[in-house]
Every structure is written in C-alpha cells, then in structure tokens.
Design a binder for this molecule. Sequence first.
Ligand SMILES: [Zn+2]
Length: 76
Amino acid sequence: MIFRNPAGAPELACDGCGCRWFDRMTGSCYECGTPVAAQALAEYRQALDAFAATKRDSAATMASPCPAPSSSSPTR
Ligand SMILES: [Zn+2]
C-alpha cells in the first residue's frame, strides 16, 4: 500500500502490517515478512516520480519570483 507523509512524499507501506520497514535485500517486510508486490513497487516508483516532478515545478516557480531585470528591461 502507498500513502503520503505530511510532506506529501509517497511512502511504501507493508500490505500485511502497514509498517514502512522493508528489507531491500529480500524485498520483504521486516516486521511480518510479507513480500513487496511488484505492482506496489511500480506504483511507488510512479508516485515518487510524480512527487519529484511537482517538487521540481514548485522549486522552479519559487526560484524566480520576479522576472530577471537584465533580460527584460529595455535599453535606454
Ligand atoms: Zn509487514
């Protein structure tokens, strides 16, 4: 299952116990040993990509609050 943390980032959680601790070596839950479904992993990667894209967009808009004076100001 996938849920979002307070920052809006996707978190992959165990379908069996709902915890977020996974053994990356075996791809299964530390707590109850439930294997991570390939579909859940794919969804998680997609959610991560989407989140990264939104962060990139907001960072780009926040980085330029006003137009650059050098390129937009007319020469006098
Ligand atoms: Zn579990």
